[in-house]
Design a protein around this ligand. Structure first.
Ligand code: PBG
Length: 308
């Protein structure tokens, strides 16, 4: 009766992986219970999530071909674009279809943008790629583009590109405060990404020692036209979630990322913690900190339990 915070199925966004090459869905060993999907198994999974009441999914693609500029990401026939078309025809307006907008799954060097000969990511050249990807995703049926590459100016570039192609209605969920985190490990297995030459993303993602910087990043994205802002990862960044909530009235999302999920799964598999209880405690704490929406690999499990 006096509970202040309640986790509901409406809070959940399910991240899903779709492959262009698999002929059958494949389990991701470091992300137990999560699959690399074929187009067909993805359709079945989204159907199931919809029946459970999950309102939204976010898609990540595994292309057949990677190249230096991640050109498959903007291909109208690319793996995520095909998935968006299929899902749109399956679900109509009943679910929100989001597309992660980045090139790291599509580049042969694994960076989130174009890399110059001296090994730096070229921010402004990358914005042109992102603009093309946004238009391709919108044309394929995305409701929301979610730029995750942390390039400066990415929200404005995407907004301009969408508007100039008559996609004013497509919203932007900005990965606004995204940290260079050790918790993304299993995700990189899920999308077959290895950063070339032992590199990292510290040039464009945030330093975990910094909180004020996150406020600037969020503010920039809002001024560029972000319709929603995201903090990522979630559990080690609840202070940032709370700070985001305090400075904006747009929806705040938090991404409970792959490593955060896998830690719970691993400890539960060893009998060291009660996995289901930990899942609810963690996700509720993210909501309590101020998130309206949670991207989580637990989405189907939570939805199933809440539907009982
Ligand atoms: C980048 C991207 C990453 C994740 C989502 N988008 C990986 C990265 O920044 O290295 C990680 C999500 C997770 O760990 O669950 N396109």
């Amino acid at each position: 009766m006096v509970a202040e915070t309640t986790l509901t199925v409406d809070d959940l966004i399910a991240p899903l992986f779709v492959s262009e090459t698999l002929s059958a869905p494949r389990e991701i060993p470091s992300l137990p219970g999560v699959m690399q999907h074929t187009q067909d198994s993805l359709r079945a999974e989204v159907q199931r999530l919809g029946e459970l009441g999950v309102p939204a999914v976010i898609l990540f693609g595994l292309p057949a071909q990677k190249d230096a500029t991640g050109s498959e990401a903007a291909n109208p026939d690319g793996v995520v674009q095909v998935a968006l078309q299929n899902l749109r025809s399956d679900v109509g307006d009943d679910m929100v279809l989001m597309a992660d907008l980045c090139v790291d799954e599509y580049t042969d060097h694994g960076h989130c943008g174009i890399v110059t000969p001296d090994g730096q990511v070229d921010n402004d050249a990358t914005l042109e790629l992102y603009s093309d990807i946004a238009v391709a995703q919108a044309e394929a049926g995305a409701d929301i583009c979610a730029p995750s590459g942390m390039m400066d100016g990415q929200v404005l570039a995407i907004r301009d590109a969408l508007d100039s192609e008559n996609h004013e209605h497509v919203a932007i969920m900005a990965y606004a405060a995204k940290y260079a985190s050790s918790f993304y490990g299993p995700f990189r297995d899920a999308v077959d990404v290895t950063i070339a030459d032992g590199g990292d993303r510290k040039g464009y993602q945030q330093d975990y020692r910094n909180a004020r910087e996150a406020i600037d990043e969020i503010s920039f994205d809002l001024s560029e036209g972000a319709d929603m802002v995201m903090v990522k990862p979630a559990l080690a960044y609840l202070d940032i979630v709370a700070a985001a909530r305090a400075i904006t009235n747009v929806p705040v999302a938090a991404y409970h990322v792959s490593g955060e999920y896998s830690m719970v799964k691993a400890a539960a598999a060893n009998g060291w913690i009660d996995g289901e209880a930990a899942m609810f405690e963690i996700l509720t704490s993210i909501k309590r900190a101020g998130a309206d929406l949670i991207l989580t690999y637990f989405a189907d499990e939570v939805a199933e339990i809440l539907a009982r």
